[in-house]
Design a binder for this molecule. Structure first.
Ligand code: ADP
Ligand code: MG
Length: 709
């Protein structure tokens, strides 16, 4: 977890938050839910936004579409049911002399809502004003009870910070304890970073910045604060990025100096492979192949990311690299994120490898017993030069005799730590990571900041952009008509659902049910099958094989088909409840079709009556095929989790920086960090010790960055 700038005094910022005046064990438990354990954590609990009490609006004069703050009394308060089946929301109607507005919550704790918003209570509400059936409303507004304490404004002043909360914890409590903590610890804090460093990068004192964010000056521009563009924000964002990039720079410098394996180019193997391909490589594929071949020959470990949009043909490039490793007597491991994909790679690659007389093995959780033992044995003895598999590859039982190259497909599904685990299997093998999800620029500089990048920026010849349509339930008949016409041409169809079983919470049609409906409509002329993650491995394999050999025409599936599946005869991708998917996911799904010279179609079935937002998002899919644009939009909407996988991915959380917003600051911080490492490779100059120390606390052993001697 993120740690603040180191203190230079003896004030123990690591003091448990429980000892702050006014906290105690009970409150400490609640704070823990916000990841606040120490005094320092408390200081780094940065407000989400600010309420400007200097300008209040009469309710009667509110204009929809604006961020507004009002004060009024609760007129009514209670749960309301939406629709027949009834999703429960909580509604509070607040009024003043000029009018009334309702506030609605989808997520709430009934009892605490009832208690807080008793009729007659004076409250402050802040948020974006919208309308519903011509009535004004706030949706999940910031809400404050104005009892005598807050009214007197002893805490917070005119510009009130709004903190992230958890059940039973209130704004005023947080404001009070942060004030208490600051009064006690604040005065003795000194900046840890050298003054000339702060000056050079136009930064304020980090501690002063923190103080300003908790206790904003009364003349400050609240819009600037809310946009997180204040000098204080800038300082803390820079600080956060800088130490991340410093870690990456250090890691990269370390790899470069590390001894690795040299895999010199063996031209006749490459030529033989190209001869077996039913097509010619695109110019982009050739260029990337060359970049890889050249780098593999160097006696340092390769750390390269291949970025290429869906369908750009990354698999053959990876195989070309694997063959070079094999030709030099080394082993190559190819890791894919799902069993289906690993198997697909295995079958594709084996087709070529058999012709070249090179053995290969498959290892997934489905490979069991004697067969698994056999792979273990052959891999450990070096008899199998190419091993393809899922994350089973990084399990401890699998050993390699002479691992020379590791290929990680669909890298965004794996975390940095997993990359590290693979690395350990061999003596600094070359590493090639591939991703079809175009990585937004910011992420490329953070999550993958230590890698070199090759881009396949060209699709194979003759590919036509996939025609994308947005359909509602009313157009379902048109959809079936369109499907029928493609089926008549001998083409195949994917139909993808977000879930596989009836879920009461989300009122979604489920894949099983719909697969049955499609069977009623299209069978016996065309065969319909259902594929989902919970099927036994063997059954999944059979279904995929039957789809590829065109025994199945319509494949209903959950998002297991999202990554990598390659079946060029499929020309229609139908996505049900498209509004439930992220844009990058949709882009991946769409990439399952349009893999031949035939025109393909992607039909997004969506219900966005409740959300203009969803409609806007889905329109982007219709407008563009540019994976980069889609990825940037997705990052802005859904945050980095979508790209980085889970938190266990070994990527530090940002407390205040935002990858989609702060690209400019990231660029500067990265430059500063890499320059520093260039000057002092191991941060061993006395004036740089402070950076090392901070780095150590922030990364806390993550990525084993700091084993620099
Ligand atoms: P991705 O980059 O999405 O992983 P694949 O490697 O699965 O893409 O390739 C997509 C499809 O394009 C496959 O069917 C593959 O055989 C084919 N392909 C790859 N390179 C070329 C090429 N140069 N010309 C024509 N087809 C190609
Ligand atoms: Mg692929």
């Amino acid at each position: 977890m993120y740690k603040g700038p180191l203190k230079t005094t003896d004030v123990p910022l690591s003091t448990p938050v429980q000892y702050v005046k006014g906290v105690g064990p009970h409150l400490a438990k609640k704070l823990a839910r916000l990841n606040v354990f120490t005094v320092e954590d408390l200081f780094y609990l940065i407000p989400n936004r600010y309420i400007d009490r200097r300008k209040m609006d009469p309710i009667g004069q509110l204009i929809p579409g604006k961020e507004k703050t009002i004060i009024g009394h609760v007129l009514s308060s209670g749960p309301v049911f939406l629709g027949k089946k009834g999703k429960q929301i909580y509604e509070v109607v607040v009024g003043d002399k000029t009018g009334k507005i309702s506030a609605k919550w989808f997520h709430f704790y009934l009892n605490s809502m009832r208690k807080q918003f008793a009729v007659g209570t004076k409250v402050l509400l802040a948020g974006e004003v919208t309308t519903y059936r011509n009535k004004l409303q706030f949706f999940h507004p910031e809400a404050e009870l104005l009892d005598s304490e807050t009214e007197a404004m002893e805490i917070g002043g005119k510009i009130l910070p709004v903190y992230p909360l958890t059940e039973g914890l209130y704004q005023k409590t947080l404001r009070r304890i942060i004030r208490n903590a600051w009064d006690h610890f604040g005065p003795s804090l000194k900046p840890a970073l050298p003054l000339d460093f702060l000056e050079r990068h136009h930064l304020a004192d980090p501690w002063e910045s923190i103080a300003q964010l908790h206790f904003p000056a009364s003349d400050i521009d609240v819009d600037v604060l809310n946009a997180r563009r204040s000098a204080a924000h800038r300082t803390l964002i820079f600080d956060e990025f800088f130490f991340l990039e410093l870690g990456l720079a250090l890691k990269k410098a370390k790899t470069v100096r590390q001894e690795g394996i040299s895999i010199p180019f063996v031209p006749h193997v490459h030529e033989q492979f190209l001869g077996l391909l039913p097509f010619e490589l695109t110019e982009a594929q050739k260029r990337v192949c060359n970049e890889i071949i050249q780098e593999m020959a160097k006696p340092f470990p390769m750390n390269r990311l291949i970025q290429g949009d869906v369908g750009s043909g990354k698999t053959v490039v990876a195989l070309a690299a694997a063959l070079q490793a094999a030709a030099n007597g080394y082993q190559a491991a190819i890791m894919a994120p799902t069993e289906i994909l690993a198997e697909q790679h295995f079958f594709t690659l084996r087709g070529f490898l058999d012709q070249m007389g090179i053995p290969c093995g498959l290892i997934t959780s489905g490979v069991k017993g004697a067969e698994r033992e056999k792979i273990y044995r052959l891999s450990a003895s070096g008899e199998v030069p190419i091993v393809i598999g899922t994350h089973a590859i990084i399990q401890d039982d699998l050993q390699f005799a002479k691992l020379g190259l590791v290929v990680i497909d669909e890298q965004h599904r794996f975390g940095v730590l997993q990359r590290q685990a693979l690395h350990k299997k061999g003596k600094s093998p070359d590493i090639l990571v591939m991703t079809a999800t175009p990585i937004p620029r910011t992420l490329a500089l953070t999550a993958y900041g230590d890698l070199d990048v090759s881009v396949i920026d060209e699709l194979p010849k003759g590919r036509k952009p996939v025609v994308t349509r947005l359909y509602g339930e009313k157009q379902r008949e048109n959809l079936y008509e369109g499907m029928r016409s493609e089926l008549k041409k001998g083409k195949q169809i994917f139909v993808v659902y977000p879930l596989i079983e009836e879920s009461e919470k989300l009122d979604l049609k489920n894949a099983t049910e719909m697969s049955q409906e499609l069977a009623r409509i299209f069978e016996p002329d065309y065969k319909v099958a259902l594929l989902h993650g919970r099927l036994p491995v063997l059954q999944k394999e059979t279904i995929m094989a039957d789809f590829k050999s065109q025994k199945i025409q319509i494949l209903t599936a959950t998002s297991v088909v999202e990554v990598g599946v390659d079946c060029p005869n499929a020309t229609v991708m139908v996505v049900e409840h498209a509004e439930r998917f992220g844009l990058s996911q949709l882009h991946q799904l769409r990439g399952r079709v349009g893999r031949s010279t035939h025109q393909s179609y992607c039909i997004l079935m969506a219900d966005y009556r409740r959300s203009e937002d969803a409609k806007k998002r889905l329109k982007i899919m219709v407008e563009t095929h540019d994976g980069f644009r889609i990825a940037e939009e997705d990052l802005a909407i859904r945050g980095p989790g979508e790209f980085l996988g889970t938190r266990q991915a070994g990527h530090p959380d940002f407390k205040i920086a935002d990858l989609s917003r702060d690209f400019d600051i990231l660029t500067l911080a990265r430059k500063a960090a890499f320059e520093l490492i260039e000057k002092d490779l191991t941060l061993s100059l006395p004036e740089h010790h402070v950076f090392r120390k901070i780095l150590q606390t922030r990364w806390k052993g993550k990525l084993e960055l700091l084993q620099v001697s």
